[in-house]
Design a protein around this ligand. Structure first.
Ligand code: IMP
Ligand code: MG
Length: 196
């Protein structure tokens, strides 16, 4: 689809199969929480999913359609990559957080856990509202890139420390609609690297 894309790391089929498995695990755990609380699994207003925009958009859209759980969605936007860069410049909240998380079962959803700064921040601000439970799901984990440790509950795939695009992940705002997890060509990445 894009000539700048060099190779695929995770195919559409692999993503679809793994997302369905993750959804099953998450739904099972949330139902167990609700039953433990004395609610039925269909109770209203107890589960809130927080996709971290914009990267988690496609992953979250696929995940929730595999989850037969009554849930609300509260978006949060975090920015860490100004313009044409491929390394985090520190995470900042770029939108208000939903303010009704106290007592709820909250699942934060992101595309990738890299340095950990984004999810450490989101975990902290969500946790401050005292949810009944707080879990994190990420599609991808670049384990070797960690600067801040963050406990995550569900991981789709571990990947090597390479800059990836597709399935929601971008470079300079583009390639989010590429349907696979892929690596850009060396010339694009080298140019980005030089800009820092
Ligand atoms: P962290 O704060 O370094 O853990 O980075 C997390 C955020 O940076 C993710 O939510 C992504 O939006 C973005 N990110 C990290 N690695 C990549 C990548 O390889 N490609 C595209 N975006 C990335
Ligand atoms: Mg992000």
């Amino acid at each position: 689809m894009f000539p700048e894309i060099e190779r695929t790391l995770v195919t559409r089929g692999q993503i679809a199969a793994r997302v369905a498995e993750m959804a099953r695990d998450i739904a099972r755990d949330l139902k167990a929480d609700l039953i433990r609380d004395g609610h039925s699994a269909l109770d209203e207003d107890r589960v809130v999913l927080i996709p971290v925009m914009t990267g988690a958009m496609i992953f979250a859209a696929d995940l929730i359609r595999e989850m037969p759980v009554k849930l609300a969605i509260g978006l949060v936007t975090v920015s860490s990559y100004p313009g044409q860069s491929v390394s985090s410049k520190g995470a900042q909240l770029a939108s208000a957080l939903p303010d009704n998380l106290a007592g709820k079962h909250v699942l934060v959803i992101d595309d990738i856990l890299d340095s950990g700064q984004t999810l450490a921040l989101v975990r902290e601000v969500v946790g401050a509202q005292k949810p009944a439970s707080l879990r994190i799901a990420v599609l991808l984990d670049k384990k070797t890139a960690r600067v801040r440790e963050v406990p995550v509950d569900y991981v789709g795939f571990e990947i090597p420390d390479e800059f990836v695009v597709g399935y929601g992940l971008d470079y300079d705002g583009y390639y989010r609609n590429h349907p696979e997890i892929a690596v850009l060509s060396k010339s694009v990445l080298d140019a980005a690297e030089q800009r820092g």
